[in-house]
Design a protein around this ligand. Structure first.
Ligand code: FAD
Ligand code: MLT
Ligand code: ZN
Length: 474
């Protein structure tokens, strides 16, 4: 880190920063700033006395140029839904909010691309694609408030990654403002462009530490003509993995969603989630939310019915219901998307967003559950997640009646136990949420040292004064 870096902007510089966006878009009052200083789960509280809301790429460039010349730190922020604290200013840094860059510049149905600015909320991008008869498949529980800039900067995954890929795979082109204010124009719609190094991917997943993404060209897909959604009760994660393989082999459509949930998290959803109802009559140890999509108008429902009947015969499925209406489909997904929220009323929750090879998911869940219960008797693992990507949100709720702060004080200890099992299976300690602040100390323990050294070299080259999101990732 550069010694001369100023975390909070120097008082004499404030008017110069404000002048770039104008008084109206320079936020200084504590009440308006407050929601931008806390992370959604209440894990982090930051501080800042200035948030700039530029309205154009040129204004972003002017802000970074001044910040770089004066060695002033900048924390980029989109929808503030990040789960690792990357968007939080911890030391009074200036917040660079991208939410006014909210234009959908173009939907090109023939090229299957959409060009959007960084502050466009994910749901708006999905809706714009739909209006043009196309699908933008990135889908997260936070899609009503997270932004495309945040999605790309965290390389978000979500429920559609299984079939359509993570955010990185959906990016065709980017426009990025570099730390010194230069603008890199790579807003191309080309699938094929082998003119040297593919620089767009350096900024995807960089969590605002290498540059500011101001716009992107994203990939669109044909909308499926038929979609079937089923809520399935099953005996074990091992049955879920076999069911996934069977579905992918047997159904002529594409498996576009396959979400695993432990009964424990379903209980939380029924208890604390608004409008949730148990989709199946009896209780099951595990559940899968399955979505299959097809370009054929007819026959998909019958295929899914037959496939599920076979799976029952094979002992993989105990009970299942296929959504009978659009409302029921929405209710199934609504329940899935409430899972982050419904953990809060149960007290402290220690999180792990991890991935292992798909085949290792059942062993990982069994071993990690036993290990954390041995460490903290009464603690309640409530794993769920994108099992088709090997990505499990291995979240552990505090023992009933335990002291929340005392439980949360054991966060690192619990992480160490779980991460050890992740590494045993050659997995990743951050599957889709990123590193931010939360996993910065863990990163140095698990990343290949040569890769880590290269990451530091990239950071030094692209941001020699260390102004971009200091203290995050590295
Ligand atoms: P922010 O939180 O504002 O920022 C995230 C990071 O990106 C920060 O480091 C920030 O500095 C940086 N950043 C933001 N904008 C830019 C930019 N334009 N240029 C450079 N850097 C920038 N994540 C998943 O991957 N999968 C899920 O399934 C998922 N589900 C979620 C469900 C819920 C209910 C919630 C609350 C969160 C979930 N998340 C999930 C996490 C979160 O929504 C994603 O990380 C999302 O991509 C963050 O977008 P954002 O606009 O809110 O970014
Ligand atoms: C999800 O898939 O719902 C989120 O990524 C999980 C989380 O909030 O931990
Ligand atoms: Zn997730």
């Amino acid at each position: 880190m550069n010694d001369q870096l100023r975390r909070a902007p120097a008082p004499d510089l404030l008017p110069r920063f404000v002048q770039i966006v104008g008084d109206k878009y320079a936020v200084t009052d504590a009440q308006t700033l407050a929601p931008h200083l806390i992370e959604g789960r209440g894990l982090y509280q930051g501080r800042s006395s200035l948030m700039l809301r530029p309205g154009s790429t040129q204004e972003v460039a002017a802000i970074l140029k001044l910040a770089n010349e004066t060695k002033t730190a900048v924390v980029p922020q989109g929808g503030n839904t990040g789960l690792v604290g990357g968007q939080i200013p911890f030391d009074g840094e200036l917040i660079l909010s991208l939410t006014r860059l909210d234009k959908i510049r173009e939907v090109d149905a023939a090229s299957n691309t959409i060009t959007v600015e960084a502050g466009v909320v994910l749901q708006r991008a999905q809706q714009a694609a739909e209006a043009a008869g196309r699908l933008f498949p990135l889908s997260l529980g936070s899609e009503g408030s997270c932004t495309i800039g945040g999605n790309l900067s965290t390389n978000a995954g979500g429920t559609g990654a299984l079939a359509y890929g993570i955010a990185r795979e959906l990016v065709v082109g980017v426009e990025v403002v570099l730390a010194d204010g230069r603008v890199m124009h790579l807003l191309r719609k080309l699938k094929k462009d082998n003119t040297g190094y593919d620089l767009r991917h350096i900024f995807v997943g960089a969590e605002g530490t290498l540059g500011i993404i101001t716009a992107a060209v994203l990939k669109l897909f044909p909308r499926p003509r038929a979609v079937e959604t089923a809520f399935i009760g099953l005996p074990s994660p091992a049955a879920a993995v076999k069911l996934l393989n069977l579905a992918q082999a047997r159904v002529s459509g594409t498996v576009t969603g396959f979400e695993l949930m432990a009964r424990g998290i379903i209980d939380f959803a029924l208890k604390h989630g608004h409008g949730n109802r148990d989709p199946l009559a009896g209780q099951h140890a595990w559940y899968v939310l399955l979505e299959v999509s097809s370009q054929q108008d007819k026959g998909l429902r019958e295929e899914v019915e037959h496939f599920l009947a076979d799976a029952v015969e094979q002992g993989l499925v105990e009970d299942a219901t296929i959504a009978a209406s659009l409302d029921q489909t929405k209710a199934f997904w609504h329940m899935r998307h409430t899972l982050t929220e419904v953990q809060k009323p149960e007290g402290g929750s220690i999180k792990h967003d991890v991935s292992v090879p798909v085949a290792a998911v059942p062993d990982f869940i069994a071993e990690a559950s036993a290990a954390v219960i041995a460490l903290i008797p009464g603690s309640r693992p409530v794993p769920f997640g994108h099992v088709g990507d090997g990505n499990i949100h291995f979240n552990v709720s505090q023992p009933i009646g335990a002291d929340k702060d005392a439980f949360l004080a054991r966060w690192v200890e619990v992480n160490n136990v779980v991460d050890k099992i992740v590494l045993k299976y050659h997995g990743s300690i951050s599957a889709e949420h990123g590193i931010g602040t939360l996993k910065r100390d863990s990163l140095v323990k698990v990343k290949d040292p040569v890769a880590l050294a290269l990451m530091r070299d990239f950071k030094k080259m692209l941001d020699p004064n260390g102004i971009l999101n200091p203290g995050k990732v590295l």
